[in-house]
Write a protein that binds this ligand. Structure first.
Ligand SMILES: [Fe+2]
Ligand SMILES: [Fe+2]
Length: 219
């Protein structure tokens, strides 16, 4: 298979799996209790710092200049998202300094991504797949913000954060087109993408059952 055929196939497989995360199929809104924008933004802070950290680790772990620059761009964007979300929390009356986003240590998806050793797996999992998940989750979060009347948070996500996450996904696509050129590379990229989707689904299910959290934004 050529890299182009492979990437098109992986994209289709991912999009198909992501339909399971669409708001109106599994996640009919059950807005109650502590499910509100500030609490979801606190979940977002954790996602953003994890996304910053993993891209930074991968930046220093490669000698390929194009890959380095792709991760560098992502590090900057995810750190910017963290700052913008912290500022929004402040506007909503919460002290972002009081939140330690890594108090519970790194989560299972981060630990899985950190265990990947080749660039093609990292790009398939961390950029191409994780960022595709983020685009879906952020769309759900924007809808949630609008439903509860928080226009400012919806606008922040629609105009700034979501376009960046989409760009990270596209960076993943362009790197995969360059790197997924052999059967071995394609097989490991597929494995990494599938595991990322599984972990994201597991985490979403767990968040839903333990904390009633859905519509949490992604990275
Ligand atoms: Fe991102
Ligand atoms: Fe982000």
């Amino acid at each position: 298979m050529t890299a182009a055929e492979f990437v098109a196939g992986l994209d289709a497989e991912n999009q198909n799996a992501l339909r399971g995360l669409e708001p109106d199929t599994t996640l009919k809104a059950e807005v109650s209790g502590a499910l509100n924008v500030p609490n979801l933004l606190k979940v977002a802070l954790r996602n953003e710092i994890e996304a910053t950290e993993i891209a930074a680790r991968w930046l220093v772990a490669t000698d390929d200049a194009r890959v380095k620059l792709a991760f560098a761009r992502q590090v900057g964007d995810e750190a910017k998202h963290y700052r913008l979300i912290a500022e929004r929390l402040k506007e909503l009356g919460f002290d972002p300094e009081a939140v330690d986003p890594l108090a519970g240590g790194f989560g299972p998806l981060f630990r899985y991504l950190d265990s990947l050793t080749t660039t093609v797996e990292r790009v398939a999992a961390g950029q191409f797949t994780r960022e595709a998940i983020a685009v879906v989750k952020n769309r759900q979060f924007i809808e949630f913000c609008e439903r509860v009347g928080d226009r400012a948070t919806a606008t922040l996500y629609r105009d700034v954060i979501e376009p960046d996450e989409r760009y990270h996904h596209e960076l993943g696509r362009s790197l995969l087109l360059r790197l997924a050129t052999t059967d071995d590379a394609q097989a490991s990229a597929t494995r990494a993408a599938r595991r990322t989707l599984e972990l994201a689904e597991e985490l979403q299910r767990k968040a839903l059952s333990t904390a009633g959290i859905h519509h949490a934004p992604g990275c």
